[in-house]
Write a protein that binds this ligand. Structure first.
Ligand code: SF4
Length: 698
C-alpha cells in the first residue's frame, strides 16, 4: 500500500500536477497527475526526478543568529525589533523584502500585506522581476490589466504557433510535448521559431528565424505594417474594441523594408514567408518567454506582439492569441497578490488612489504604500548605497541570479541587517545573513500556485517538516504580530490566508478588475484541502471547460478598449572593439535556477555535467579555442571561465552560457557576475540576453 498525495511541480510555469506516493518503507516516488488539466499525466525530466531531490542533505533545520543556533522566539523577536526600529529611525523605505516566484501564493500574500499595508513601503520586489515583468508592463499598457488572454489548449488548436524568445523544449517541456503531439496529429500545423540560436525547439520548426538579438520589435512592427495593408486586419474589432491604431500603424509604416532587413538580420525570403504565414492563418498563437522579456526593450517587444494580435482580432478565441509563458511555478500567483514593487494587490494599481484606499480599508491597515517601491536592480543599488538598511530575502539566491552579481553580493555583505529564509543552510546568499530562518520545502509545504494559463492548483505536503523548519507564511505572520499588527496577522493556516486573498479579489469589484476569485472567500479548511485545479475567471469547482479573455473586447482600461502602443526601435548591437561578442544566458533542460535542488539528482546532472559556453566554429578558430578547452568570458562587471562547446547552433559573434552554475560547482561559472545591470525602462527587467563581452582562451 502506498499513500498518494496530489500536488504540483515546483519548477517551471507550466504548473504540472504531480502525484507523490510513499511506500511502506518510506520511499517516495512521483508520477504525473492524469487528471490535472495542464499536463494530463505528463512530466518532464525535472518533474520526474523530484523524489531524488528531497533528502535532508544540506538543509537548514534550525534558526541561526550570527552563525549560532537560536530559538525561533529569539530570532523572530530580533527580526521584528530590528525592522520596527529601522522604520522608526529612518522611515519605511529604509527596509526591503526581496522574495521569489518560488513562494506559494499564501506566503507571497502575507509578505506583500506586511510591507505595503503595515510597514507602509512598496519596497517588496521579487526574482519574478527577472522573469516576466516586461509581460506585466506590456499587458497593462495594452489591456489595462495584467491579463493572460489564452489557455494551453490554444497552442494545440492553433494552425500557426509562433515561439519567440522561447526554448520551449527545454524550458517548458510539457507544453512542448503538447505542441509536438498536436503537430504530429495535424501535420498541417505550422511552427515558427524566432531565436538567434538554433535550439532543440527549433528542430520542430517549419521556419526558424535566426533573428538578431533584440530584433523582435522591428520584426513585429514590420508585421503590423504588412497586416494593416492586407485583408487579415479586423476593422470591426479595431473600431469597436481598441484605441490608437492609426497612429501606431503610421509609425509602423515608416519602417522601410531595408531597415527591417538590417534590424532583424533576416533574409528577405524568410521575412516574407513569416509575414505570409501570419497574414493567411486565422488561428495563430504567439508564445513568448525570456528572449522577449529579458531585454532593454522587453516591454516594447511585448506590445509589438500584442499590436499584431489586436489588429487581427486574434485574441481570446480558441487557437488564437498572444501567450506569455512564465518561467517560475508561481510568478502568476505573485502577480495576483501584488508581489511586485509597482503593483498593489489583487491586480489593483498602486498609482491609483481609489485602489490604495480600497486595499487599505479591506486590510484595516494603519498605512498604505503611496508610490511604487524599488524594483530588483534598484533595490540592490539602494542596499549598496545605504538607503536600505534592513533586508529580508526569501526563497531566492540573488548572489547567483542577479545581474552584476559581485556588486549585489558586496551590497548584501555590507547591509547592516540581512535576514534570509531558505531551505538550505549554505548558499551564496545565506552566508551573508545575520539571521537565518529555516523554511520548509516542496514536499512539506501547503498552499496554492497559479500557472501560466491562470490555473490555480494546490501544493500539498506529504512529508513532515524537518527539524524546526517552518512555512514562509508563518514566519511573516509571526514577525507581523511581533511588530504589533496582531489581528491582521493572526493566521493559523494557509487556508485562512487564501480565503482573505480571495475576498480581497472580489472586494468592491464590479467587473472592473480581471482577477476575481471571490467564490473562494468563504472556503472551509476541508474544501481548501480538496480544492481541485481551477482556472480563473472560472470559479473553483466549475465544469472543466477552459476560459479566455477579450474575444469580445471587455478590456480593463476605463473605456473598455485596448490600446495599440507605439514602440521604439532598440539599440540591438551593444558590442565594441573591446567587447565584440554578444552573450546570451538561459536555462538548460535538466537544471533549475541555481541548482540547489536539481543539482542533487545524479540523473539530472548526467544530461549536462558542467557549465559551458556555446560558440560558433569560426569564432572559435578566430579566438583560438577548441571544443572542450577553457574559455574566459569577460565584461566590465566580471568574468567566468567555462568549457567551450563549439557548435553551429550558435550564431556568429554570439555566445550562450547557462545561468545555473555558481562558484561552488566549478572554479568560476557564475555568469550573472558578467551580466551588466541594464534594464527595460518600463518594467525594470534586466537584459540578460544581449550583453557585450570579450572571449579568449584561458
Ligand atoms: Fe515541472 Fe515544468 Fe517539467 Fe511540468 S514542465 S514537470 S511544471 S518542470
Amino acid at each position: 500500500m502506498s499513500a498518494e498525495t496530489k500536488t504540483t511541480c515546483p519548477y517551471c510555469g507550466v504548473g504540472c500536477g504531480v502525484i507523490a506516493s510513499i511506500d511502506d518503507h518510506g520511499k517516495v516516488s512521483v508520477k504525473g497527475d492524469p487528471d490535472h488539466p495542464s499536463n494530463y499525466g505528463r512530466l518532464c525530466s525535472k518533474g520526474s526526478a523530484l523524489a531524488e531531490t528531497i533528502d535532508l542533505d544540506g538543509r537548514l533545520l534550525y534558526p541561526e543568529v550570527g552563525g549560532e543556533r537560536a530559538s525561533w522566539d529569539d530570532a523572530l523577536d530580533l527580526v521584528a525589533n530590528h525592522f520596527s526600529e529601522t522604520v522608526a529611525a529612518h522611515g519605511p523605505d529604509s527596509v526591503a523584502f526581496y522574495v521569489s516566484g518560488q513562494l506559494l501564493t499564501e506566503d507571497y500574500y502575507l509578505a506583500n500585506k506586511l510591507m505595503k499595508g503595515f510597514i507602509g513601503s512598496a519596497n517588496i520586489d521579487t526574482n519574478s522581476r527577472l522573469c516576466m515583468s516586461s509581460s506585466v508592463a506590456g499587458h497593462r499598457r495594452a489591456f489595462g490589466s495584467d491579463t493572460v488572454p489564452g489557455t494551453y489548449e490554444d497552442i494545440e488548436l492553433a494552425d500557426l504557433v509562433i515561439l519567440t524568445g522561447s526554448n520551449l523544449a527545454w524550458c517548458h517541456p510539457v507544453l512542448y510535448q503538447r505542441l509536438a503531439a498536436a503537430k504530429a496529429e495535424r501535420p498541417g500545423m505550422k511552427v515558427v521559431v524566432i531565436d538567434p540560436r538554433r535550439t532543440v525547439t527549433s528542430d520542430i520548426a517549419d521556419l526558424h528565424l535566426a533573428i538578431r538579438p533584440d530584433g523582435d520589435v522591428a520584426l513585429f512592427t514590420g508585421l503590423l505594417a504588412r497586416l494593416a495593408q492586407s485583408s487579415a486586419i479586423d476593422q470591426n474589432f479595431i473600431a469597436t474594441h481598441t484605441e490608437g491604431f492609426s497612429d501606431v500603424f503610421a509609425e509602423a509604416s515608416a519602417l522601410s523594408f531595408s531597415d527591417l532587413l538590417d534590424k532583424t538580420g533576416l533574409p528577405a525570403m524568410q521575412l516574407r514567408e513569416f509575414f505570409r504565414l501570419f497574414e493567411t492563418t486565422e488561428k495563430v498563437v504567439t508564445c513568448y518567454s525570456q528572449g522577449v522579456n529579458q531585454s532593454s526593450s522587453g516591454t516594447d517587444k511585448v506590445n509589438a506582439i500584442l499590436n499584431c494580435h489586436l489588429a487581427t482580432g486574434r485574441i481570446g478565441r480558441p487557437g488564437m492569441g498572444p501567450f506569455s509563458l512564465t518561467g517560475q511555478p508561481n510568478a502568476m500567483g505573485g502577480r495576483e497578490v501584488g508581489g511586485l514593487a509597482n503593483m498593489l494587490a489583487a491586480h489593483m494599481a498602486i498609482e491609483n488612489a481609489d485602489d490604495r484606499d480600497r486595499v487599505q480599508r479591506f486590510w484595516k491597515s494603519p498605512v498604505i504604500a503611496e508610490r511604487p517601491g524599488l524594483k530588483a536592480v534598484d533595490m540592490f543599488r539602494a542596499v549598496a548605497d545605504g538607503r536600505v538598511k534592513a533586508l529580508w530575502i526569501m526563497a531566492t539566491n540573488p548572489v547567483v541570479s542577479m545581474p552584476d552579481a559581485d556588486t549585489v553580493e558586496a551590497a548584501i555583505k555590507a547591509c547592516p541587517f540581512v535576514v534570509v529564509s531558505d531551505v538550505l543552510r549554505q548558499t551564496d546568499t545565506t552566508r551573508h545573513a545575520d539571521v537565518l530562518l529555516p523554511s520548509i520545502g516542496w514536499a512539506e509545504k501547503d498552499g496554492t500556485v497559479t500557472n501560466s494559463e491562470r490555473r490555480i492548483s494546490r501544493q500539498r505536503s506529504f512529508l513532515p517538516s524537518p527539524g524546526e523548519a517552518k512555512p514562509d507564511w508563518w514566519q511573516m505572520a509571526e514577525v507581523g504580530r511581533r511588530m504589533g499588527f496582531t489581528e491582521a496577522f493572526s493566521f493559523r493556516s494557509p487556508a485562512g490566508i487564501f480565503a482573505e486573498h480571495a475576498a480581497l479579489s472580489s472586494f468592491e469589484n464590479n467587473g472592473s478588475r480581471d482577477f476575481d476569485i471571490g467564490a473562494c472567500a468563504q472556503i472551509a479548511a476541508e474544501d481548501y484541502e480538496t480544492l481541485s485545479p481551477f482556472q480563473w475567471p472560472q470559479a473553483a469547482g466549475a465544469a472543466a471547460q477552459t476560459t479566455r479573455f477579450f474575444a469580445k473586447g471587455g478590456f480593463f482600461h476605463a473605456d473598455g478598449k485596448a490600446r495599440f502602443v507605439a514602440v521604439k526601435m532598440p539599440v540591438s548591437d551593444r558590442t565594441s572593439a573591446e567587447f565584440p561578442f554578444t552573450l546570451n544566458t538561459g536555462r538548460i533542460r535538466d537544471q533549475w535556477h541555481t541548482m540547489t535542488r536539481t543539482g542533487k539528482s545524479a540523473r539530472l546532472s548526467s544530461h549536462i555535467a558542467e557549465p559551458f559556453a556555446e560558440i560558433h566554429p569560426r569564432d572559435a578558430i578566430e579566438i583560438g579555442v577548441s571544443d572542450a578547452s577553457l574559455i574566459k568570458i569577460e565584461s566590465p562587471q566580471g568574468k567566468v571561465i567555462v568549457r567551450a562547446l563549439v557548435t553551429e547552433r550558435q550564431a556568429r559573434g554570439s555566445l550562450f552560457v547557462p545561468m545555473h552554475w555558481n562558484d561552488s560547482f566549478a572554479a568560476k561559472a557564475r555568469i550573472d557576475t558578467v551580466v551588466a545591470p541594464v534594464t527595460d525602462p518600463f518594467s525594470g527587467q534586466p537584459a540578460s540576453k544581449n550583453v557585450a563581452v570579450a572571449a579568449r582562451p584561458f
